[in-house]
Design a protein around this ligand. Structure first.
Ligand SMILES: CC/C=C\C/C=C\C/C=C\C/C=C/C(=O)SCCNC(=O)CCNC(=O)[C@H](O)C(C)(C)COP(=O)(O)OP(=O)(O)OC[C@H]1O[C@@H](n2cnc3c(N)ncnc32)[C@H](O)[C@@H]1OP(=O)(O)O
Length: 280
């Protein structure tokens, strides 16, 4: 019998191990040769981030930190979407407590990923709007497949992303480019994202994206891991401190904003458009 919380299984041949987790919406596979863990989001159809996916992501990040992996690659099990961002269905017509939980768990995932000392990279094998872009930009390196879209489109939805949520984005883009993109709610094509520096490389397949991410993580092979990790965290310390200061208030602000009739109306219209898109 497989125990869901501790067994390590031989998954594909002898070169990688699927680390069993208590989770269902993410999997963790560690490459035996490189020691790098691949964390795959698997919530069909578009990895929209409901509370369960956010909890599973946290559990998988902890597992990777605890199993002495050399780095973490975040990717998606789906062919054309990395993650569609927060699950709008879960935020629509719900109570304030649920909204507080959604936001608290989004914060928890972000800080776990942004604040890990492990080397991290995102193999972006599909669209990455809003919360999808948030996860990708929490990583240190991004490789994306062609002809997809990535960006923080909140302004287009009439909503405001808090500063911590933008900080991965503003870390990697020049201030002027970031300001314009955020105020426009701009979605970048893969090529545009590459030219702007939002993604570091383009790969023609998911496998190639994962390989390029592994090569980035491998580039630290000769660097002392403690020195590397502490240096990374010094770069991120200001954003993390700012976030910790406003964390509680941010949950209250989000719950108030997302439960307001105006934003609920935006969500309703948005969901209608998404549903109608499927019928066209
Ligand atoms: C509107 C938000 C309001 C308030 C929040 C307030 C403040 C928060 C500030 C910032 C934090 C972050 C917020 C977010 O992340 S909000 C989510 C933003 N996401 C998007 O705008 C992406 C929407 N989706 C798409 O653009 C496309 O689906 C996508 C390009 C990802 C994939 O396209 P594709 O053609 O492959 O699939 P679709 O047919 O469009 O979708 C398939 C299926 O999935 C459902 N779907 C898509 N996205 C979501 C989602 N984010 N949440 C829930 N469900 C989603 C879609 O309805 C389809 O369902 P079905 O018709 O049943 O098959």
């Amino acid at each position: 019998m497989l125990h869901s919380n501790l067994l390590r299984l031989v998954a594909r041949g002898s070169s990688s191990r699927l680390m069993s987790t208590a989770t269902k919406l993410t999997t963790v596979e560690v490459n035996d040769e490189t020691g790098i863990a691949t964390l795959t989001m698997n919530r069909p159809p578009v990895n929209s981030q409901n509370v369960q996916l956010l909890l599973d992501l946290q559990a998988s990040i902890s597992e990777i930190e605890n199993n002495k992996s050399r780095g973490l690659i975040l990717t998606s099990a789906h062919s054309n979407v990395f993650s569609a961002g927060l699950d709008i269905f879960e935020m629509y017509n719900t109570d304030v407590e649920r909204l507080r939980t959604v936001w608290t768990e989004l914060q928890n995932v972000w800080i776990a990923l942004y604040g890990t000392s492990l080397p991290t990279a995102a193999a972006i094998n599909g669209h990455a709007p809003a919360g999808g872009c948030l996860l990708a930009t929490a990583c240190e390196y991004r490789v994306m497949r062609p002809n997809f879209l990535i960006g923080l489109n909140e302004a287009q939805l009439g909503i405001i992303a808090p500063k911590w949520l933008m900080s991965g984005f503003t870390n990697v883009l020049p201030k002027r480019v970031a300001e314009r993109a955020l105020t426009q709610g701009r979605m970048f094509t893969t090529q545009e994202a590459f030219e702007a520096g939002l993604v570091d490389e383009i790969a023609s397949s998911k496998e190639e994206a994962v390989e390029k991410c592994a090569a980035f993580i491998g580039s630290f092979a000769k660097v002392n891991p403690l020195a590397r990790g502490l240096t990374k965290l010094q770069f991120r310390a200001d954003n993390i401190k700012e976030f910790e200061k406003i964390r509680e208030k941010d949950v209250a602000d989000f719950a108030a904003l997302a439960s307001s009739p105006e934003v609920q109306k935006v969500m309703g219209t948005y969901l209608e458009n998404l549903k109608n898109k499927g019928k066209k």
